[in-house]
Design a protein around this ligand. Structure first.
Ligand SMILES: *Cc1c(COP(=O)(O)O)cnc(C)c1O
Length: 401
């Protein structure tokens, strides 16, 4: 007995995250999608596929559940799950760019995205210009009509938490016939919905908040309804449909999420809304504490009225997220804070339930040292977790003392 899948389109965010793509298993009634740890599927006669499944690089029921849930969470038409955030980015960029093309990227892009664009795609003939995406005139000036095929937005950025106006940049990208891709890793679909602001595709490192427990590496793409390839490009399936091209490349390059990773990521997505509420509340308390501490020169958080991009952030985001950066007196002082915390663990990455601290200059952003994307060496970055906030504040207090 099969039940018709319920349409969750009009449900609220948390309801979609918990139910979309996750109807009880047709065969057993299992309430959550099981881990289909399988590579191939019996055919009922040649080409007689059950549910369309043939081979797990092309499609797997556990991954498919995650892909549908991600698409519903972002309000997009199709979701695609990958082995990592960078695998998702690589697949997208190879689907939309050709040698000779150009893309505009944030001047404080995630270091791994920058390395992929500059050092992998660069030698294949793809050119890029880093710009301050908060400066719309600079974005407009960096777009070369006819040559710029992608505008890459990350908002908030890592680690300096710059916020850019997705709706305004989408108008600039659209006028140039370029695809607007938004890396929504820091905000998550709970805090910000780039597709509703005009983005063509959302990119995620699901390793971070969506997975949420520092136990799985993964990535995702969600394509907007009706999104097209850059003007003039016909994809490998003979259409200019962006989702078709991404689907082709996902299967052709094969950097897919495995069933267990997809299952863990989907388990994380179900609790994203409640976790983000706590991440944001804890981050706000940490920001209040740091702002009044004499050893802290500057606190960088989009929720602060004095933050350069506060107005855009307040308009575009539900709340301001769990990432906080701050500057102290010197590089030595920054390293000392990173090495003295006990509740905050010294580690790269972000977005897990546990709080993390790091020195971007020597850790996550070491690969951009000496480039336009270099970050100040007195900067400390926090991924504020969901522990009791009094313990987080006390820990930072003793580390700064
Ligand atoms: C971590 C991260 C990525 C890369 O994702 P991986 O899962 O590590 O490959 C991309 N963008 C942002 C903003 C990230 O934080």
């Amino acid at each position: 007995m099969t039940e018709t899948p319920h349409d969750w389109t009009d449900a609220g965010f948390a309801t979609r995250a918990i139910h979309a793509g996750q109807d009880p298993d047709a065969a057993t009634g299992a309430v959550v999608p099981p881990i289909y740890q399988v590579s191939t599927y019996k055919q009922d006669g040649v080409g007689g596929l059950r549910g369309g499944y043939e081979y797990s690089r092309s499609g797997n029921p556990t991954r498919h559940a995650l892909e549908q849930a991600l698409a519903a969470a972002e309000g997009g038409t199709r979701g695609f799950a990958f082995a990592s955030g960078l695998a998702a980015e690589d697949t997208l960029l190879r689907a939309v760019l050709r040698p000779g093309d150009h893309l505009v990227i944030p001047d404080d892009a995630y270091g791994g995205s920058y390395r992929l664009i500059a050092r992998v795609l660069g030698p294949w003939g793809v050119d890029h210009t880093p710009v301050d995406l908060s400066d719309l005139d600079a974005v407009a000036a960096a777009i070369e009509p006819g040559r710029t095929k992608v505008v890459w937005v990350e908002t908030p950025t890592n680690p300096l938490l710059g916020v850019s106006d997705v709706a305004a940049i989408s108008a600039l990208a659209r006028a140039a016939g370029a695809v607007l891709a938004v890396d929504n890793t820091f905000a998550t679909p709970y805090l910000q919905q780039p597709l509703s602001l005009g983005a063509d595709v959302v990119v995620h490192s699901t390793t971070k908040y969506i997975g949420g427990h520092s136990d799985v590496v993964g990535g995702a793409l969600v394509v907007a309804e009706g999104a097209q390839l850059p003007v003039g490009l016909v994809g490998p399936t003979g259409t200019s449909d962006l989702a078709d091209a991404v689907a082709f490349h996902q299967n052709a390059s094969g950097a897919v999420a495995g069933p267990f990773d997809a299952w863990l990521t989907l388990r994380g997505l179900r609790t994203l809304a409640v976790r983000m509420d706590r991440h944001c509340a804890n981050a706000e308390a940490v920001v209040r504490f740091l702002s009044s501490h004499p050893a802290v020169r500057e606190v960088i958080y989009p929720g602060l009225p004095e933050h350069r991009d506060h107005e855009v952030a307040a308009r575009q985001m539900r709340a301001f997220g769990g990432m906080v950066a701050f500057r102290v007196e010197s590089k030595e002082a920054a390293l000392a804070v990173c090495e003295r915390t006990r509740v905050f663990t010294l580690a790269e990455s972000l977005g897990g339930v546990e709080s993390l601290v790091e020195h971007p200059g020597l850790m996550t952003h070491a690969s951009v040292a000496g480039s336009a994307l270099e970050v100040p060496d007195d900067l400390v970055r926090l991924s504020v977790g969901i522990e009791d906030v009094a313990d987080l504040v006390a820990d930072l207090g003793q580390a700064l003392a």
